[in-house]
Design a protein around this ligand. Sequence first.
Ligand code: UDP
Length: 329
Amino acid sequence: MAILVLGGAGYIGSHTALALLNAGRDVVVADSLKTGFRAAVPPAARFYQGDIRDRCFCDSLFEREQIDGVIHFAASSLVGESMSVPLRYYDNNLGGTRVLLESMTAHGVRDIVFSSSAAVYGEPERVPISETDRTLPTNCYGDTKLAIERMMKWTASAHGLRYVALRYFNACGAQPGGRMGEAHDPETHLIPLLLQVANGRREQVFIFGDDYPTPDGTCIRDYVHVCDLARAHILALDYLAAGGESGAFNLGSGAGFSVLQVLEEARRVTGYSIPAQIRPRRAGDPARLVASADRARAALGWVPEYGDLRVILQTAWDWHHTHPDGYGE
Ligand code: UDP
């Protein structure tokens, strides 16, 4: 029996596929390669190219392979883009998952671990954020993730689907060893942008706002290492296989770092000055997002191993430094 990783050519998906293989699992990866990279897929995984909105494609996966669990990363994930082309996000994320769930149900595949996001909360009522706190997304991307969580809930009660939704905070870092890492085009995330400046690919980084109600005035985020995220997916599969109850789990380190703290650490790790300029706030950025991951700790036994910001930046730098053009495709 194999685990199907949808979107396994993307950043978190490829790290999860590798973690599964390292744990001795049989792995099937499917990806449309619209934003993912073929070179990111670990060679030991069987690969299929296709789009989950295509029912025939989904059906063929479940017919050709013996799948006993699905990990679902296949989605559009750029917050800014989701605001300018919202219907594309509903089509790809919501529409794709609907087709997937229909195909899973038809083939008797019950367990799914879904890649959700802290974006489901929107502006938090309090920090650290718990799973029971208000969910009121402030962007279309987060709204599609929340809608998918609801779609899984109703499919669970009607058809016996069993699911875990993992709500990631700020995914970052790279597989130690520098062979696999974060590659987006366009890049919008803070840590890769800082490292692109260190690499000489950009002249400077812009800091979006220094007038937030935080100690240094810049936004605070909970940075969680991609290898810790990858491990959480395996724990979630095991949890479902052991009869665990369906539900949502936050994945964050529980520590918050400001943009300026991340900048300082990036300067230390890379040895480059990394010029930065203060700019106005970016629309929709809450001042502080920090997870309570108590539920994941209690139910899944998940404890992040890479909480140290220096280690996060070091692993990311090992990748960016040796792969300035990402996967070069
Ligand atoms: N940020 C920034 N400059 C950039 C990109 C991001 O100051 O060029 C800030 C952003 O305002 C946020 C933090 O860095 O407070 C993390 O942003 P990122 O886009 O990496 O992740 P997000 O928190 O939006 O998921």
